[in-house]
Design a protein around this ligand. Structure first.
Ligand SMILES: [Zn+2]
Length: 107
């Protein structure tokens, strides 16, 4: 069985950009987008076999879960808890993108 390592999930409140780094990095973490650490906040620690690529594409299952969740009145916070490595901010952004795609497709 692959050994799991500890990673930390961070969010830059300035860029609303979330990212994952190995938890072994105890020093101040800089946002990969604005390179600043002022607005970077730790969301949680995760145990993973390998780091989740924060740019990994959303799966159909994830899309369905958040689309349905939104219809049923769940908050971004609640939905992000059922999705590994997705912050409330990324759920919100993803929903915006889904809406945009639907509008473009004329749905
Ligand atoms: Zn930033």
């Amino acid at each position: 069985m692959p050994k799991k390592k500890e990673y930390s999930h961070y969010l830059c409140k300035d860029c609303e950009f979330d990212f994952i780094v190995p938890a072994i990095l105890k020093r101040k973490v800089n946002c990969p987008k604005c390179a600043d650490s002022i607005y970077v906040e730790k969301l949680m620690d995760l145990w993973l076999e390998r780091p989740i690529n924060y740019k990994r594409p959303w799966t159909k299952e994830e899309d369905e879960l958040i689309t349905l969740g939104k219809e049923q009145g769940y908050t971004y916070e609640q939905m992000s808890k059922s999705l590994l490595g997705r912050s409330p901010q990324s759920v919100r952004r993803r929903l915006q993108n889904i809406r945009k795609d639907e509008a473009n497709a004329g749905v």
